[in-house]
Design a protein around this ligand. Structure first.
Ligand code: FNR
Length: 364
């Protein structure tokens, strides 16, 4: 029998109770500029666990201060961050959901104001110099944030930061780690020839452009427990067909490489590397086809998550039933409806297969 939305997903020694994942979504809500989780993060993430999602993923969590998109992003570069996150993972687990953390570095897209403040480059003392594979800043129309080409020492430090972040994430109680290598942030900047003009062993060929991600994956897998799954979020395509760029066939090849290094699931998103990108559609399931390509064409037995425009129970269920993806990753619909998974179970007549909080039993 094929799986459906409420069939648990077994990855290594971890059972995700259903196929609904809360997509990582920045809240830009740290009160100071210290990257520490607040009541807002706790309420936001725990509510989605109450709402029945099998896997609740934190927002992009910066492995070092320069890796934040805005000064208000979540971080995991010190033990204080671990303590602040531990209460959140406990609440998520209490609801029977699996807590996941997205480990991130914003690269040249760092040092910006929050979306509701304009997402503008910060050019005063509140901002910072960003780092990237090459010294090409994000092409803002106005002033730019200075961007420095990473030295080989920077690269070594970055690998150490990802490794240390994974160790802290485990201590904080997370059971899934996701490396953010999508949306034009630092690791994607290394993958894509649009942003990577290096002439050392981290630039040029496919093997060289993917080297940093492979090295980080290896380091994280080394410290991440054997029973706990490791995900990587990629942008399957740069949506820049008019120039040399990252595309789906490279993504399939990368998925195979990552799987052989111990990655359990590829979270397939798209875009974000350059403002000239041409998005073919933003309708229902607009990135599904890339997830399906990775799943079908990969030689390795790697699970795949689909994200983008998934808003209904029927759509999410069909995705899994038709084996187009193993996990339905739901972003904005979870902001509109924290109870997306419970509502889906209700609609699909599967309430017996989810944990409805006893306090809410008369509602579902
Ligand atoms: C996002 N997205 C995102 N992606 C990611 O990998 N890390 C992140 O921290 C964020 N932050 C974020 C904040 C907010 C407010 C939104 C709306 C989106 C992208 C998100 O995870 C998802 O990929 C897209 O929103 C597309 O999925 P939906 O929303 O159509 O289900």
């Amino acid at each position: 029998m094929s799986a459906d939305l409420f069939t648990p997903l077994e990855l290594r020694g971890t059972e995700i109770p259903n196929r609904v994942m809360v997509s990582p979504m920045c809240q830009y809500s740290c009160e100071g500029r210290d990257g520490l989780a607040t009541d807002w993060h706790h309420t936001h993430l725990a509510s989605r666990a109450v709402g029945g999602a099998g896997l609740v993923m934190t927002e992009a969590t910066a492995v070092e201060p320069r890796g934040r998109i805005t000064p208000h992003d979540l971080g995991i570069w010190s033990d204080d961050h671990t303590d602040a996150l531990a209460d959140i993972t406990a609440s998520i687990r209490e609801q029977g959901s699996v807590p996941g953390i997205q480990l991130a570095h914003a690269g040249r897209k760092a040092s910006k104001t929050r979306p509701w403040e304009g997402s503008d480059p910060i050019t005063d003392d509140d901002g910072w110099e960003t780092i990237a594979p090459s010294a090409t800043p994000w092409p803002y129309e106005e002033e730019t944030v200075p961007t420095r080409e990473m030295t080989s020492d920077d690269i070594d430090d970055l690998i150490d930061s990802f490794r240390a972040a994974a160790e802290r994430a485990h201590e904080a109680g997370f059971r899934v780690a996701e490396i953010h290598a999508a949306h034009g942030y630092l690791l994607h900047e290394f993958l894509s020839p649009v942003t990577n003009q290096r002439d050392d062993e981290y630039g040029g060929s496919f093997r060289n452009r993917t080297r940093l991600l492979r090295e980080i994956t290896t380091e994280i897998r080394d410290v991440w427990p054997d029973d706990d799954p490791l995900f990587v979020r990629i942008s399957a395509t740069d949506w820049l067909p008019d120039r040399e760029s990252w595309d789906v066939s490279q993504s399939v090849r990368l998925a195979d490489d990552l799987a052989s290094l111990g990655v359990d699931l590829i979270d397939v998103s798209a875009g974000g590397i350059h403002p000239d990108q041409q998005i073919p559609s933003t309708g229902p399931g607009y990135q599904e086809r890339y997830a399906r390509r990775v799943k079908q064409d990969s030689d390795e037995d790697v699970a795949v998550g689909a994200v983008g425009g998934i808003t209904t129970a029927e759509q999410a269920d069909a995705l899994v039933r038709n084996e187009r993806a193993d996990l339905a990753i739901v972003g904005r619909e979870h902001l509109r409806d924290p109870y997306f998974a419970l509502h889906a179970a209700q609609e699909l007549d599967r309430l017996d297969d989810v944990e409805v909080p006893v306090q809410y039993h008369r509602a579902f």
